[in-house]
Design a protein. Structure first.
Length: 254
């Protein structure tokens, strides 16, 4: 624990006084290092047990909040029995996602077709299909091609009315329903009557959570970049230390 920044430890100590506590965490870049093949991602060694210990407490609700489809999040996290799983940037909360009407299904097909066309022109790019979105992935694409693919995707989607575009790290996600991580965390807070929220994330889409947090909550930005989060840590190893510290603080206060 001595390696944890004193300001972060102080913020955790204050947070731990509030119960019930909602601990909500992004997955990629937060619990797992970023990897080239999304299916290969796994929580950093030791993190899973700490999360299970937190989830076993009656005064803690654990949630994973990810841009991944919920099925993918369940597969890579191994925490489906211990955590609430929120996929597709909030469009899938605990496995539920809004059904699409005929117009939305037709629009989703246009989205996927447009992104597939972009991907075919840039080696290594691929399109992920989600229940209500298409996602262009450019992580393993050469830098110049990645920039061009992102620009082309954004331009192609700008002509489609009714879509919601989110640009993250090496991804352009285009949804035909409106959802955000911020809205999902608010829903979880209300459903579980949480007195305070800890949220950790590393991407632009996590800012929709950070900007909604109150004075009793704690937003944690993982890695570099502008943020509305109150504190910052470097990487998943630092997140593991932070979560271990929180677990021990809660145990000491039991």
């Amino acid at each position: 624990m001595s390696d944890l920044d004193p300001a972060v430890r102080g913020a955790l100590t204050e947070l731990a006084r509030h119960r019930p506590l909602l601990v909500a965490l992004d997955f990629d870049g937060v619990l797992s290092p970023i990897v080239d093949v999304p299916e290969d991602a796994r929580p950093l060694a030791g993190t899973t047990q700490i999360l299970r210990d937190l989830a076993d407490r009656d005064d803690v609700v654990l949630a994973l909040v990810s841009g991944r489809a919920r099925a993918s999040l369940a597969a890579v996290s191994g925490l489906g029995e211990h955590a609430l799983l929120v996929g597709s940037h909030g469009a899938e909360i605990d496995g539920e996602h809004p059904g699409l009407d005929d117009g939305e299904r037709a629009l989703l097909q246009q989205v996927v077709d447009g992104l597939e066309q972009v991907a075919t022109e840039h080696p290594g790019a691929r399109v992920e299909h989600k229940p209500s979105a298409g996602v262009l992935h450019t992580r393993v694409v050469e830098a110049g091609h990645a920039r061009a693919a992102t620009s082309e995707a954004l331009q192609a989607m700008s002509g489609l009315p009714g879509v919601h575009v989110m640009q993250g790290k090496d991804v352009v996600e285009v949804s035909v329903t409106e959802a955000s991580k911020g809205a999902a965390v608010r829903t979880l807070r209300e459903a579980h009557h949480a007195a305070a929220v800890l949220y950790a994330g590393d991407d632009r889409t996590d800012e929709t959570v950070f900007t909604t947090l109150g004075p009793d909550d704690l937003g944690i930005k993982v890695g570099p970049g502008d943020t509305a989060a109150r504190v910052r840590v470097a990487d998943p190893a630092a997140v593991r230390l932070l979560l271990r510290t929180l677990r021990d603080l809660l145990a000491d206060d039991a």
